[in-house]
Design a protein. Structure first.
Length: 305
């Protein structure tokens, strides 16, 4: 087995691109391509589907990538154990998150501390983010989905809560809070199933037997905002993500029950890796500096309609 060829395959499979893998590995793209091709030729196999853009793994390639991840992860752990985190000067970190808002400050802090690093970030719903970590597609993640899976380490990053929001022309716009019962029969704009926003909000309504009207389901928070602006219904979003859009008015739920935590997540067996550890350290420093884990003020009382 040619270890150089195997490492070349692993770099490309992890990066999802020959060009990104070449930059990460510090080798030329033609050299990397030749090494991967040599591995395929030696064993008479196809590891990448070269018909589309990027470097799409074949089923055999996926299986081999799981093996090489374990192989080179052990090498990384041995090096990190001997060198310590002070030697985090280069590398490529794959990050998954259910919100760019929550993860970007951590990446910026990590970049400022370790200038030689490169990053790949994927935004998806909470369920898919966790699946990426479990499937070795992401090294670390920031997600609102709590888990008790022993394969995963999850450490608190911040406390947040969901709020509703309406256009400034809506009858509720003169208020700061509403009662949960007022949502009965209201049209809602909400994230797709698998998002923690959807899960927490539907659970809260079900507790009181509240049935909303029509649900307009979208895949991104930006789409939620624009759909609310177009009059499709009342929106639901993390309070920290609401921002200052003058078109909308945020509303708390008087009875509460919409509190959500954000967690930094990785595979337990990879927690000691230098890049993973550096990401967790950056997240914890920010949480302390910004007071993200402090208790939040209670929701205001509802103003009569």
């Amino acid at each position: 087995m040619n270890l150089t060829q195997l490492r070349a395959f692993h770099l490309v499979a992890t990066a999802g691109s020959f060009s990104v893998a070449a930059r990460t590995g510090g080798v030329s793209q033609p050299t990397l391509s030749a090494q991967v091709k040599g591995l395929e030729t030696t064993y008479g196999v196809s590891l990448f589907d070269r018909k589309g853009r990027g470097a799409q793994l074949t089923p055999l390639g996926h299986s081999l990538h799981q093996i090489t991840t374990t192989l080179f992860q052990a090498e990384d752990e041995a090096r990190d154990l001997l060198a310590g985190n002070r030697w985090v000067t280069r590398g490529h970190l794959r990050v998954a998150a259910d919100s760019a808002y929550h993860v970007m400050p951590v990446l910026a802090a990590m970049r400022d501390r370790h200038r030689g690093l490169t990053f790949q970030m994927r935004i998806d719903n909470s369920a898919n983010v966790l699946a990426q970590v479990l499937g070795f597609e992401a090294d670390v993640a920031v997600t609102a989905l709590p888990t008790s899976d022993p394969r995963v380490t999850a450490e608190s990053l911040r406390r947040d809560r969901l709020v509703l929001f309406v256009p400034r022309t809506h009858p509720w716009a003169a208020r700061d809070a509403i009662m949960a019962a007022e949502i009965e029969g209201c049209d809602l704009v909400i994230r797709e199933r698998g998002s923690i926003t959807r899960e927490v909000f539907e659970t809260r309504l079900a507790q009181d037997g509240i049935r909303p009207g029509a649900l307009f389901e979208v895949q991104t928070r930006e789409a939620v905002r624009e759909a609310v602006g177009a009059g499709f219904g009342v929106g639901v979003v993390f309070e920290s993500e609401f921002g200052t859009d003058p078109r909308f008015k945020p509303l708390s739920l008087v009875e509460g029950g919409l509190e959500v935590g954000e967690y930094v997540v990785c595979l337990t067996e990879r927690r000691r890796l230098a890049l993973v550890s550096a990401f967790f350290d950056a997240a914890h420093r920010l949480a302390r500096q910004e007071g993200w884990l402090e208790e939040r003020a209670p929701s205001p009382a509802a103003t009569p309609a």
